[in-house]
Design a protein around this ligand. Structure first.
Ligand SMILES: [Ca+2]
Length: 238
């Protein structure tokens, strides 16, 4: 009983002390209303310091032939959806020389299960048995700006009878300019070919208006293998 009374007295005492402290604080403040501090002045706008460009230099990363991949990758097509358009809206197909030129034969399709990971891949078969004929594949690049990439890259292999070499062309400015190189060492095993874009730079002048990627099967490229089949997958700029 005494303990309960003592406890209540302590509670009352604390209440009085708290009230006194609160009163003291109000008196100490002079009873005035609290005033919010003035708002901080707005921060000055951030000014981007322009980076001076050296005359004659381009805003591209250097892409020497032995440059390491920049890390950026733009997949153009893995053919897995069977759609006849790549990721930048460009179609693709086959082409062949026709009358009045010697006529070549090309057949191409997206075939399931033949890619490096068992996915669909692009199958291109050609026949240039007619002397002087030539054919190949094309893929539209729709004015693609490849300046931030170092390579045109794709997986390639031969199937059945196949050439060990095909010609690779990259075009720009609505096909006004054509850069060429040879893809060599094609085998019956999948290989990733990374062609430095720098190889095309001289012929194209710039890499920011690419219009088309073409593979060419002509006698200079395929030699005695007048008819054959190649598979292509995972076309990308890297
Ligand atoms: Ca694929």
């Amino acid at each position: 009983m005494n303990a309960i009374v003592s406890s209540r007295v302590r509670e009352w005492n604390w209440t009085v002390v708290a009230a006194m402290v609160l009163t003291g604080m109000l008196v100490g403040c002079g009873g005035s209303k609290s005033v919010a501090p003035p708002p901080a002045p707005p921060a000055p706008p951030k000014v981007e310091t322009p980076v001076a460009k050296k005359p004659g230099t381009q805003e591209t990363k250097a892409t020497p032939a032995d440059a390491a991949p920049s890390g950026a990758v733009k997949i153009l097509s893995d053919f897995n959806s069977f759609e006849r358009v790549n990721t930048i809206g460009g179609g693709f197909g086959g082409w062949n020389s026709t009358e009045p030129q010697p006529e070549a034969v090309v057949e191409e399709k997206i075939e399931d299960g033949v890619g490096p990971d068992g996915s669909p891949a692009w199958k291109i078969s050609y026949d240039i048995s007619t002397p002087g004929s030539f054919c190949g594949s094309w893929m539209k690049l729709n004015d693609f700006d490849a300046r931030s990439y170092s390579y045109l890259a794709f997986d390639i292999k031969g199937e059945g009878t196949y050439p060990t070499r095909v010609k690779c062309e990259l075009k720009n400015e609505n096909n006004a300019n054509v850069g060429r190189t040879m893809i060599t060492g094609i085998s019956d095993q999948w290989q990733r070919k990374r062609i430095p874009l720098a190889k095309f730079k001289r012929a194209l002048g710039n890499l920011n208006h690419l219009s088309e990627w073409v593979l060419v099967m002509d006698e200079a490229a395929v030699g005695k293998v007048k008819a054959g089949t190649i598979l292509v997958d995972n076309v990308a700029f890297e």
